[in-house]
Design a protein around this ligand. Structure first.
Ligand code: MLT
Length: 327
């Protein structure tokens, strides 16, 4: 936190003296860029990041290398980027957890609304309620009944407090009025390995991580957390169709840079992000995995800033009502 503030003050003084890094920004990027994913490799955030990074690299002419920094529901990776040099060579790709962690954690190692610059929104991914393939319940109503009856032995996987899987699991437990045993992982990539291996019973995870396992028959799916059915999973009912009303949650993702990163650099990154989101390969891979790119207007610094600030206020009363906190 102190380092980040010193950096911000120095950057402001440099900007005031006209040293806004213009030369550096003009030539940027001149070396590979690190894109931190605050969850383990092989999960949904990693999948989105690698697709977008590969396309942005082509436009920027420098490699964007994805670096997985898992732990503490995504807050360790976010903290790493908050403390990095604001030179455009360290980015963060994070999701709704950026907003929920601001409410869930009593003391975060960074100031969510003052430690980052914004590049833009990337995509909003649906979630699915999934289970090990031999889990007894046949449908969502059966799952809810089974979980209520067996609440002391059923295990619910997530990626730690602040993860999307944690948020969805918390909402599910609030809806059914039960507190279950949760099994935390550094990402739903490793959680999925255990779900396929029948080491854990069920979880709520993003279609970017569950679609292929569902289609391959490796896991059972009960519902999506969307208003309408997901085109790539046409036979999967929405939670409402399956009997669980008002259970909609979309996992939006954004790209951030450390506070003090010159606006000319974040603008160049946003332009590359917008191009990547129109890349036919990215659009197709997103569609195959149940999601779609954010719009051009959303993939801007203002679009992400608006989303983050509104989502913190949206989830504050929900999390407070659920009485869930982390220190
Ligand atoms: C991941 O990438 O592992 C997931 O986003 C974790 C989560 O948020 O549930």
């Amino acid at each position: 936190m102190k380092n980040a503030r010193i950096v911000a003050v120095v950057a402001a003084l440099m900007a005031a003296a006209g040293f806004s890094g213009g030369a550096a920004a003009e030539d940027y990027p001149t070396r590979p860029i690190s894109m931190v994913v605050p969850f383990a490799a092989g999960g949904p955030t990693d999948t989105v990041a690698r697709l977008v990074a590969e396309s942005m690299s082509r436009d920027l002419g420098q490699q964007i290398l994805v670096e997985n920094v898992g732990g503490a529901g995504g807050t360790l990776g976010a903290s790493r980027v908050a403390k990095s040099d604001p030179d455009g060579y360290t980015l963060l790709l994070h999701h709704i957890g950026m907003a929920t962690s601001a409410v869930l954690y009593r003391k975060l190692p960074y100031d969510t609304l003052n430690a980052f610059e914004y590049v833009g929104l990337v995509t909003e991914v649906p979630m699915t309620i999934v289970a090990r393939s031999d889990f007894e319940p046949a449908d969502l109503k059966g799952l809810i009944d089974y979980v209520k009856t067996n609440k002391d032995k059923v295990t619910l996987a997530n990626a730690g407090v602040g993860a999307a899987s944690h948020l969805c699991g918390m909402l599910f437990m609030s809806k059914i009025g039960e507190q279950l045993t949760t099994v935390p992982y550094k990402g739903t990539g490793p959680a999925m390995t255990d779900l396929v291996g029948k080491q854990v019973d069920f979880m709520c995870d993003q279609t970017t991580n569950t679609t292929n396992q569902i289609k391959g028959g490796k896991i059972k799916v009960y519902a999506t957390t969307t208003k309408d059915r997901v085109a790539s999973l046409p036979d999967v009912p929405t939670a409402a169709e399956a009997g669980l009303q008002d259970f909609e949650v979309g996992i939006w993702h954004g790209v951030y840079a450390p506070k003090g990163t010159p606006p000319e650099i974040t603008a160049k990154l946003s332009a590359a992000l917008q191009k990547a989101l129109k890349d036919p390969l990215v659009v197709k891979r997103f569609a195959d995995l149940g999601t779609a790119p954010s719009t051009e207007a959303e993939a801007t610094p203002e679009g992400l800033k608006t989303k983050l600030t509104s989502e913190i206020e949206r989830w504050r009363p929900v999390i407070t009502a659920a009485g869930v906190y982390a220190d």
